[in-house]
Design a protein around this ligand. Structure first.
Ligand code: MRU
Length: 317
């Protein structure tokens, strides 16, 4: 069956390790939704490049890709410390990346990486069931970036919550922030919602405030790249602005993320490293800045949903 005929991508269609070769095979998220093509990475260095250039992106998915990358290095007999260093330095903000590599250190095998992948998808399904409790019949949700199966290796975190709410008949429709500059919302989230037959409409990022003011948004739900011990949450640039707007309009702002995204070593958001990407992603005609993430203070978050349940403030992880 063609990829684009499916209601939900299978985890191995998003990222997998082929031992015959061997190679880590990634669905190229830069080309979606127009082209459904794969990229074969035959070394840990290739996997690191694919993470850096966002062939694969989204916090749990880059952790899974890095885990397969380390298993690939082990299969090839490469220097594992060097492979881990290269993979760990590919992107700085999502804590899932160092978390996954640490999980692999004792046993850098394909089996271990596959279990880690399955566990991430399982966590998504459990989170989604908890998050669905936050929806009421007829909920009109707004989401940012892509926290779908593409971003988690299967099912999705924030999009998983939307899937579960839709299955329970609680979701009227989803407003999808375009998510400048790389359009993860307009390209990836809209595509996933279309496959899942969930009513949605893409909006320019700057339209969110006005649509909230018109009473068209009942809740905001996003994923996360790193959650500090106090609940401060890093996510795609623009998330903080949405949380401020939601607070102003008294709309609940929810974060849905697995515990692999929680960083107990980081006390608060000021300690989270924020990736600055190539300004050319914004414009090459004028000087530009391109911070890829921002931090939403815990005070603006109504609940953080993990696989363990719905956590309400004050947060303490
Ligand atoms: O730069 P990206 O596309 O990797 O950023 C991804 C996000 O910000 C997602 O919202 C986050 O990783 C949560 S994914 C379940």
């Amino acid at each position: 069956m063609a990829l684009w005929d499916m209601a939900e991508l299978r985890p191995e269609q998003i990222v997998r390790l082929e031992e015959d070769g061997p190679a880590v095979v990634l669905l190229d998220q830069r080309r979606l939704p127009d082209d459904v093509v794969e990229v074969r990475c035959t070394s840990a260095m290739d996997v690191a490049d694919a993470i850096r250039t966002m062939v694969v992106r989204g916090a749990p998915a880059i952790g899974v890709a890095a885990a397969y990358g380390l298993a690939l290095a082990a299969l090839r007999g490469d220097d594992l410390a060097e492979a881990e260093r290269v993979l760990a330095s590919s992107r700085p903000t999502a804590v899932n990346l160092p978390w996954a590599l640490a999980q692999m250190r004792e046993e850098p095998t394909p089996e271990r990486a596959r279990v880690l992948h399955e566990d991430e998808v399982d966590r998504c399904r459990r989170m989604a069931a908890h998050a669905a409790e936050l929806f009421e019949p007829g909920t009109r949700a707004l989401t940012h970036c892509n926290a779908g199966g593409l971003a988690t290796g299967g099912y999705g975190s924030a999009v998983g919550a939307l899937r579960a709410a839709a299955e329970r008949g609680l979701l009227e429709r989803v407003l999808v922030d375009e998510t400048r500059p790389l359009l993860q919302g307009a390209r990836l989230t809209a595509w996933e919602l279309e496959q899942a037959d969930i009513p949605h409409a893409v909006i320019a990022d700057s339209a969110a405030g006005s649509l909230m003011a018109r009473g068209e948004v009942d809740l905001v739900v996003t994923g996360a790249d790193r959650i500090a011990a106090n609940g401060d949450t890093a996510n795609k640039i623009g998330t903080y602005s949405l949380a401020v707007l939601a607070a102003h309009h008294e709309i609940p702002f929810y974060v849905v993320a697995p515990t692999s995204t929680v960083d107990r070593e980081t006390r608060d958001g000021s300690e989270i490293p924020i990736e600055e990407r190539d300004p050319a992603e914004v414009t090459s005609r004028f000087p530009a800045r391109n911070p890829a993430f921002d931090v939403t203070p815990a005070a603006l978050i109504a609940a953080i949903v993990t696989e363990h349940g719905v956590h309400r403030p004050p947060f303490s992880f």
